[in-house]
Design a protein around this ligand. Structure first.
Ligand code: ZN
Length: 443
C-alpha cells in the first residue's frame, strides 16, 4: 500500500548524523525540517520513505550535526583584529582597546563589524553567538539581517560609554533593547555588565534586578586575570564569587565569562547557585591570563560552554581551533591525556553552550521539535580520511573551512560554502572601508 509522503521544507540525507543527544552515530542518516524546526532525525531510508521535500541536501561523505555555539565574543571587534597584540590584559584593555573604542565606535562600525563576525562564524559552522558590546542594537540588526541566532547585550560599566553616555542611560538603553527584542525567534536579549573592576556593586545589583525582571541571562567577565582577582581582593576583601554571592547577584541565569582564577570555596558557591561558565582558552593564552579549571567545574556539575572572546584577543572566531586548543591545553595542564576527551569538548561547543543561556530546549542537539540549526561538514578531505571516530576528527583534525552547508532556524544560510542571504563581497569591502577610519591607537 502506498503511504502518502509528508511534505517538508528540507531533507538532509546520505551523511553521518551526530545528533549529540548521546554518543550515537547514524551512519547513513537523515534529517527532515519543516519551517524553523527539526521534524525527524533517523536513517536516510526512513527520511526517503516518509518525506518529500522542497529542498534536498545530499550529505554523502559529510557529517551532519548541530551548529556550534560561541558562548562569548565581542563580535564587532573583528574590525580591531591585529591592532594591538602581545600585551597583558590590563594594558591591552586600558591603553589600547578602551581608547580605540571611545574614538571609533558608532552604529555603523558595530553594524559592519558584527556582519563581518557573523560571516566568519557562519562559514566556520557557528550558528549561535553570545555578544557583549556597544551599540548592541546595531549588532542585533546585523544578526537579524543575516538570520543568525544571538544572545546579545549592551556592555555596562561605570565610566561614560561612547554609545549611551552615563550609566543611567545604559540601563535605559538595555531595558529598551530587551523590550524591543524579547520574543524574537533569533535575537535573545541579555544584561551584560562588563566586569568586577569596571562595575560598582550597585551596578551589578541593578543589572541582576533587570535580568530577573525579564528572565534573561546576566553575563559578566569574572576572574579573568590574576590582576583582576587581586583588584577585587584589595577593594572588597573577598574572592570574586564570594563577593558576587554576598551581593546576591548569583543565580542560574548568571553566566561568568572566563572564571580563570577561582578557589575551591568559590567553586562550591558556583555549583550551589547554578552559575554557568564560558571558557575562552585561546584568549586566556594570548593575554597570558591563565587557565580556567574546567575539569574541576565539570566534576562539580557546573555547566561550561566554549567561546572565542573578541577578535582582538584571539584573533579569530573559529570554534574548531578553539575545541582543539581546549582539549590539548587541559591535558597538559592536568597532566592527564584522558581529560577533556573529544566527545566532551564537542558537547561544550553545542549543548552545554545552549544550557548556559537557558536555550537547551531549542538548540544544541538534533532532536525532533528543536529549532533547525544544523551544519554539514565535508569529510571528503585528505586530513579527514580515513574515518574511525567522527568526534575525534571534529576536535583534532577538522578545520572551520571544512564546513559546507549551514542552516539556522530552518533556513539554509550557507550552501557549498557560499552565503545565500547576504553579499559576502559587500561585507568585506565595507569592513575595509570602515577600518580606514580607525585611529587613535597608541602603537
Ligand atoms: Zn570578553
Amino acid at each position: 500500500m502506498m503511504v502518502e509522503k509528508i511534505s517538508v521544507d528540507v531533507v538532509i540525507k546520505g551523511g553521518m548524523v551526530l545528533a549529540m543527544e548521546d554518543k550515537g552515530v547514524i551512519e547513513n542518516g537523515g534529517v527532515a525540517t519543516s519551517g524553523d524546526s527539526i521534524l525527524f532525525v533517523g536513517s536516510s531510508k526512513e527520511v526517503e520513505a516518509r518525506f518529500s521535500a522542497a529542498a534536498e541536501i545530499d550529505a554523502s561523505g559529510c557529517v551532519v550535526m548541530p551548529g556550534l555555539i560561541n558562548g562569548h565574543t565581542h563580535a564587532a571587534m573583528t574590525l580591531f583584529r591585529g591592532i594591538a597584540d602581545d600585551l597583558p590584559l590590563d594594558q591591552w584593555l586600558n591603553q589600547y582597546i578602551f581608547p580605540a573604542e571611545a574614538k571609533n565606535l558608532s552604529d555603523e562600525f558595530v553594524y559592519w563589524g558584527t556582519k563581518l563576525a557573523i560571516l566568519e562564524m557562519l562559514l566556520g559552522g557557528t550558528t549561535t553567538f553570545c555578544d557583549m558590546y556597544l551599540f548592541e542594537d546595531s549588532a542585533a540588526r546585523a544578526a537579524k539581517e543575516m538570520k543568525m541566532r544571538g544572545v546579545l547585550g549592551e556592555v555596562l560599566y561605570n565610566f561614560p560609554s561612547p554609545n549611551y553616555g552615563p550609566l543611567e542611560e545604559g540601563f535605559r538603553y538595555t531595558e529598551a533593547f530587551i523590550q524591543k527584542w524579547r520574543g524574537d525567534p533569533l535575537i535573545f536579549p541579555s544584561v551584560q555588565p562588563h566586569g568586577l573592576d569596571t562595575c560598582s556593586p550597585d551596578l551589578l545589583i541593578q543589572s541582576k534586578e533587570l535580568a530577573d525582571r525579564f528572565g534573561v541571562p546576566l553575563v559578566v567577565h569574572v576572574a579573568e586575570s590574576k590582576a583582576n582577582v587581586d583588584y577585587v581582593k584589595n577593594r572588597y576583601g573577598k574572592s570574586s564569587f564570594r563577593y558576587l554571592d554576598d551581593l546576591g547577584v548569583l543565580s542560574k541565569r548568571f553566566v561568568a565569562d572566563h572564571a580563570v582564577w577561582v578557589d575551591l570555596e568559590e567553586m562550591e558557591i558556583m555549583a550551589e547557585r547554578g552559575v554557568k561558565v564560558i571558557t575562552n582558552p585561546e584568549s586566556n593564552m594570548k593575554l597570558a591570563s591563565g587557565l580556567a579549571p574546567i575539569h574541576r567545574y565539570i566534576e562539580k556539575g557546573i555547566v561550561v560552554g566554549l567561546g572565542t572572546d573578541g577578535c582582538a584577543s584571539n584573533n579569530n572566531l573559529d570554534l574548531f581551533g578553539e575545541m582543539d586548543t581546549l582539549a590539548k591545553l587541559h591535558k597538559v595542564y592536568d597532566q592527564d591525556p584522558t581529560h577533556m576527551d573529544a566527545f566532551r569538548v564537542l558537547n561544550l561547543a553545542t549543548i552545554c553552550g545552549a544550557q548556559a543561556f537557558g536555550l537547551e530546549y531549542r538548540i544544541g542537539t538534533l532532536r525532533a521539535g528543536k529549532k533547525a540549526d544544523i551544519i554539514v561538514i565535508d569529510f571528503n578531505k585528505p586530513h579527514l580520511t580515513p574515518l574511525y571516530n567522527p568526534f575525534s576528527h571534529l576536535v583534532y583534525a577538522a578545520l572551520a573551512s571544512d564546513i559546507r552547508d549551514v542552516m539556522v532556524n530552518g533556513e539554509i544560510l550557507v550552501r557549498e560554502r557560499k552565503l545565500k542571504q547576504a553579499d559576502q563581497e559587500e561585507i568585506l569591502a565595507k569592513a575595509r572601508e570602515v577600518s580606514k577610519k580607525v585611529n587613535g591607537i597608541r602603537t
